[in-house]
Design a protein around this ligand. Sequence first.
Ligand SMILES: [Zn+2]
Length: 279
Amino acid sequence: MKICFLSIDVEKHENQKNQPFEGVDNLDNILNIFRKNNVPATLFVTGEVLEYAPDLVKKWAKDFEIGCHNYFHNQLNKIDLMERERQVKNFVNLYKNIFGVLPKGFRAPRNIIDNQQFPILERYGFVYDSSVFPRYPWTIMAYSGYLGRAPIVPYFPSEKNYKRRCLAPACRQAGALGINNTLIELPESPASFSIPMVGTWLRRLGVKFFKFIFKLKKPSFVSFSMHSWDGVKFDGKSSKNSGKDFLKQLDGMIKFLKEIGYEFRSGEQIYEEMTNYSN
Ligand SMILES: [Zn+2]
């Protein structure tokens, strides 16, 4: 079975100072493509977005999982642990007020995470994180979110080093035993040649390029993520094919992945399958 974890980071757009929430207001652009193709997905929203548009997020929640993209879009390595905990706590409280339940999944802004963040997430009831880029291609502009190699399929992270598997028997058996209190990492696993399956790269390279590399190799687990602002036209840095062009590429990419046998999952579905299977 080949799995594609589909997600959107829903946040203010730093490049669009005049209309930072344009992508949020128009997220149905992207969601309607998911709906049309009948695929589940996780929307990692910031607390700012929850605050700005609670009714919109409630609407999205009818069809999709809503996860946490921190309260503000701060790089975690630039704020201290007290502030990190405060942001997680404030997000969870706001989420609970709106949905009456706890969020399950977390993705760090710019994918920058470290060992200290995991205990905070566990304390507030999160069951999975999806921040780790386990591979990254060499480029002139290195991505600050790539912090070194990690497993490319979902794993129980080690307490000492989140980029390694936990080797304790309790972790190895957690799935088989249906233990639900261990945080799982759903890495942002790339296509072959470490090509990230993210909106910016799809806009840059096009569906044809991905069709070519998937011909060479079809990894058993890939993470396909994008931003709320990919679906609206903007100018400036990394804006190539934003808006309508991206929406067309997105539709083509989902159809292609289905054709070659990928099944789509939200984060919570992958978590459930990892912790509740029995055979
Ligand atoms: Zn983000």
